[in-house]
Design a binder for this molecule. Structure first.
Ligand code: AHG
Ligand code: MN
Ligand code: MN
Ligand code: MN
Length: 332
C-alpha cells in the first residue's frame, strides 16, 4: 500500500501547475502543452515502425531541411494550443509567419516553440525535444508580431520536454525550475523535484568544435583552455540543444553555440531556443550570455528578437565556466 501512497503524494504536473501558479488559464494552457508533448513523445518513439523517419521534402524559414516528424510535431503543438482557447498568437520554428488564433478561440498567451529540437538526430535515434517560451500579451484587439518580439525578461514561463531514455518535462514560472518524468503506465508526468546546477559542477564543455576555425579568437582560446587543463575538461556534445542543456544544468559545465564568420548571429533562434533555455539556466542558478554581440557582452534574457526567427549567440551553463569564457572578452 505504501508504494501507492508514495505515488499519490508525488505531484503530477497538472497538480503542480494548479498549486504553483493558482492561475486557471495557465493551467489550461499548460495542460494542452503537456498533452502535445505526450503525443510527440509517442510519435518519436514509434517513428521507426510508423515510417516517420526521413525528410518531409521542404525547407523552413531558417533554411533547415524539414523532417516528417518536424511537421507532425508542429501540427500537434498548433492544434493542442489553439484548441486550448488560451492563446492569441503562436510562433513555431516550422511556420514562416506567426499564427493568429481566431477570435472565438483567443486567450491571453503568446507562445513560441520549437516543436522538435535536434531533429537531425531523429533517424539515428539520438534524443530530441520540444522547447517553448510563454508571454502574456499586453495589447488588446488583433494580435500582432509585436506581442512576441519582446525581451526574455517578459516571459511568464518557459520549458522543454526531452525525448531521451526517459521523457522528462522541465518547466519554470520564474520561481525555480521543476522536473517531471513521464510514467507511461498512467500517462502522467510525475514530479521528480526541483532542478538546480549541482553544488560541485563537473568540468564539461559542450560545443560543435567543427566550427573552431570560424570562431573569434576569444572563443578559440576559451576552448583551448578547457582542453589544456591543468585538469582537462571532458567534451560532451549531443547536437540536440535540449539534451546538451539538460545535461549541463544537471551535471554542470558550459554549452556554447557562438557567432562565427558564416553565421554572425550564431545558429540558435532567440524566441524558441535562446530565451527559454536562458530563463531555465538562470532560474537553475547558472548564467546565459550572448558573448560579444552587437558590440557588448549581455544576458540572453535582454535580447529582443528583430524577427520571429532571429538568432543570437549562446554561452550558457554554470557561473564558474560561463565566466571563464567571458573572461577572454573582458581581458580584451
Ligand atoms: P532544430 O533541430 O530544432 O533545428 O535545432 C537544432 C539545433 C540545436 O538543437 C542544436 O544545439 C544545434 O542545432 C546543433 O547544430 P550543429 O549541428 O550545427 O552543431
Ligand atoms: Mn530545424
Ligand atoms: Mn532547435
Ligand atoms: Mn526544431
Amino acid at each position: 500500500v505504501e508504494d501507492v501512497e508514495a505515488e499519490v503524494d508525488k505531484y503530477t504536473l497538472s497538480a503542480f501547475i494548479i498549486s504553483h501558479t493558482k492561475d486557471k488559464e495557465m493551467t489550461i494552457m499548460m495542460n494542452a502543452m503537456q498533452l502535445a508533448c505526450k503525443l510527440i513523445a509517442r510519435a518519436v518513439r514509434k517513428a521507426g515502425v510508423a515510417n516517420l523517419y526521413g525528410l518531409h521534402g521542404s525547407a523552413n524559414a531558417s533554411g533547415d531541411d524539414v523532417k516528417k516528424l518536424d511537421v507532425l510535431s508542429n501540427d500537434i503543438m498548433i492544434n493542442a494550443l489553439r484548441n486550448s482557447g488560451m492563446c492569441a498568437l503562436l510562433v513555431s520554428e516550422e511556420e514562416e509567419k506567426p499564427i493568429i488564433i481566431p477570435e472565438e478561440l483567443r486567450g491571453k498567451y503568446c507562445l513560441a516553440f520549437d516543436p522538435l529540437d535536434g531533429s537531425s538526430n531523429i533517424d539515428c535515434n539520438v534524443s530530441t525535444g520540444t522547447i517553448f517560451s510563454v508571454f502574456e500579451r499586453k495589447s488588446t484587439g488583433e494580435p500582432t508580431v509585436d506581442d512576441i518580439l519582446r525581451p526574455g525578461t517578459d516571459m511568464v514561463a518557459a520549458g522543454y520536454c526531452m525525448y531521451g531514455s526517459a521523457t522528462d518535462f522541465v518547466v519554470t514560472f520564474g520561481n525555480g525550475v521543476h522536473r517531471f518524468t513521464l510514467d507511461d503506465s498512467v500517462g502522467e508526468f510525475i514530479h521528480f523535484g526541483e532542478m538546480k546546477f549541482p553544488a560541485k559542477n563537473k568540468t564539461i564543455y559542450s560545443c560543435n568544435e567543427g566550427n573552431f576555425t570560424l570562431w573569434d579568437d576569444k572563443i578559440q582560446k576559451a576552448t583551448e583552455m578547457f582542453k589544456a587543463g591543468p585538469k582537462p575538461y571532458s567534451a560532451r556534445y549531443v547536437g540536440s540543444m535540449v539534451s546538451d542543456v539538460h545535461r549541463t544544468i544537471l551535471y554542470g559545465g558550459v554549452f556554447y553555440y557562438p557567432a562565427d564568420k558564416k553565421s554572425t548571429k550564431g545558429k540558435l533562434r532567440v524566441l524558441y531556443e535562446g530565451l527559454p533555455m536562458a530563463l531555465l539556466t538562470e532560474q537553475a542558478g547558472g548564467l546565459a550570455n550572448t558573448g560579444m554581440f552587437k558590440g557588448k557582452l549581455g544576458r540572453i534574457m535582454e535580447v529582443i528578437p528583430e524577427t520571429i526567427h532571429d538568432r543570437c549567440p549562446i554561452i550558457m551553463g554554470c557561473e564558474r565556466d560561463v565566466e571563464k569564457v567571458l573572461a577572454f572578452y573582458k581581458e580584451g
